[in-house]
Design a protein around this ligand. Structure first.
Ligand SMILES: Cc1cc2nc3c(=O)[nH]c(=O)nc-3n(C[C@H](O)[C@H](O)[C@H](O)COP(=O)(O)OP(=O)(O)OC[C@H]3O[C@@H](n4cnc5c(N)ncnc54)[C@H](O)[C@@H]3O)c2cc1C
Length: 395
């Protein structure tokens, strides 16, 4: 190991972030992150795996997961410091999510405290009325970005004194039916796109449809019929709504990428076990050239995806504009887990498609990720635009 890599190993992650040559690969984490990884690994293997099995049997395990996560110091990592959280940097969160998903437990409810999302850093009156109850788990929010394909125009608002009058529709608000408010992208006439907090109890808000996607998550479609919203419910600067939404979307994209990398490692481990066992003929399954080809391909995809993930997290922490790299990591890692789990099911055979099998469950959970938070081909064209029109992006 080189001297520089060795010395970086004993530094905290804040120090490492400042160093251009600092190692960011999972094998050479600085001591503080290596300790975090080991702590999460123990939590996952010794506690959360049991909760996952109970959750699969239909039990509500959120309270147990929450207290185990709090005891391990993981719960507050997504919460701001002024609300009792530890506001972990991107790389630390990537380490945690990669490790949890490596045991197929990252999907459990209650591991992380509610994060501020779009409301990060808001002042009064939004802070007391919405941010504080959100962080305490007393209020729930939804994110309203996507609109129905047949919408005649984007959701818009006209100003009327101290109020905005919002009209339009949002089609795919995760958790929307249980949300107290929605942070919606609204085109405000005269000032441009803004993120506007709309209470679901407000007059004129109509829940049009509630539905479930194959991963088991719930969503809602809303119509806004001339909903009156205080101007003070504009989150951030008017006209900067898309930029504010992108900051939030970037964070979620990186967390999806970390989850997919961990899950890819989990699936590789399932196949690894399988290939070390004897097949019907009595011969080791891993002796087959065909199985080796598929297994080798899974490993190489997962290796490249994991490398890209850690590099991208470091760019985020370094304050570099990481939008293209986060998009690239999201596309690559979601496509990696899709290919890896599909190949794994093919190798394991029909039993992997029986309800309750871990591969069947992962297949359902990851399919949505190539659409949610940025559809893959759309992100590809965004990356191209980043370079060709905005001179941004790295290789
Ligand atoms: C599980 C899940 C959770 C979600 N949660 C939320 C949420 O909380 N809030 C929210 O706002 N949204 C949410 N979404 C919606 C998600 O963001 C959208 O599904 C995604 O942005 C794609 O939009 P779309 O479904 O309208 O498909 P489209 O944008 O219509 O894309 C469908 C296909 O058409 C192609 N296409 C699109 N435009 C063009 C074009 N101009 N030319 C050629 N081809 C094109 C795309 O490449 C793609 O292949 C969620 C989705 C899922 C699956």
């Amino acid at each position: 190991m080189s001297r520089s890599a060795g010395s970086a190993l004993v530094l905290g992650y804040d120090a490492v972030v400042d160093r251009a040559y600092a190692p960011v690969v999972p094998e050479l984490l600085p001591a503080e992150l290596a300790e975090l990884r080991d702590r999460v690994d123990a939590l996952a293997a010794e506690v959360l795996v049991r909760f996952r099995d109970r959750a699969q049997a239909g039990e509500d395990v959120a309270a147990d997961v929450r207290s185990a996560s709090k005891a391990a110091g993981i719960f507050p990592m997504t919460q701001p410091v002024d609300h009792g959280g530890t506001a972990a940097p991107a790389l630390a969160l990537v380490v945690v999510r990669d490790t949890l998903a490596g045991h197929d437990v990252g999907q459990l409810p209650g591991i992380f405290g509610p994060d501020p999302g779009l409301l990060a850093g808001v002042g009064e009156p939004l802070r007391s009325r919405f941010l504080v109850p959100l962080l305490a788990g007393e209020k729930r929010s939804g994110f309203g970005f996507t609109e129905p394909a047949d919408a005649r125009r984007h959701t818009y608002a006209v100003a009327d004194g101290d109020e905005l009058i919002v009209t339009g529709r949002k089609s795919y608000v995760t958790g929307g039916a249980d949300a107290d408010f929605i942070n919606a992208l609204v085109e405000v006439e005269g000032s441009g796109p803004a993120m506007v907090l709309i209470e679901t109890s407000a007059r004129g808000v109509r829940l049009e449809r509630r539905f479930e996607s194959i991963d088991g998550s719930h969503h809602a479609a809303f119509a806004f019929d001339e909903v009156r919203v205080p101007r003070a419910h504009v989150v951030g600067k008017p006209g900067r709504g898309t930029a504010r939404a992108m900051g939030q979307i970037n964070q979620v994209r990186l967390s999806i990428a970390a989850n997919c990398v961990g899950l890819s490692r989990y699936v590789v481990a399932v196949v690894d076990d399988r290939l070390r066992s004897a097949g019907r003929s009595g011969e080791l399954r891993g002796a087959s050239e065909r199985a080796r080809l598929a297994y080798g391909d899974m490993r190489l995809r997962t290796y490249v995806a994991r490398s890209a993930l850690y590099r991208t997290a470091r760019l985020v922490d370094a304050g570099a504009n990481p939008i293209n790299e986060v998009a690239a990591a999201k596309v690559f890692t979601t496509e990696t887990i899709a290919a890896v789990v599909d190949a794994a099911i093919q190798l394991v055979g029909g039993e992997a498609l029986v309800e309750g099998h871990p591969l069947e469950s992962i297949l359902r959970r990851v399919r949505v990720l190539r659409l949610a938070e940025g559809e893959s081909d759309l992100l590809r064209t965004n990356i191209a635009r980043g370079r060709l029109d905005l001179d941004a992006g790295r290789l």
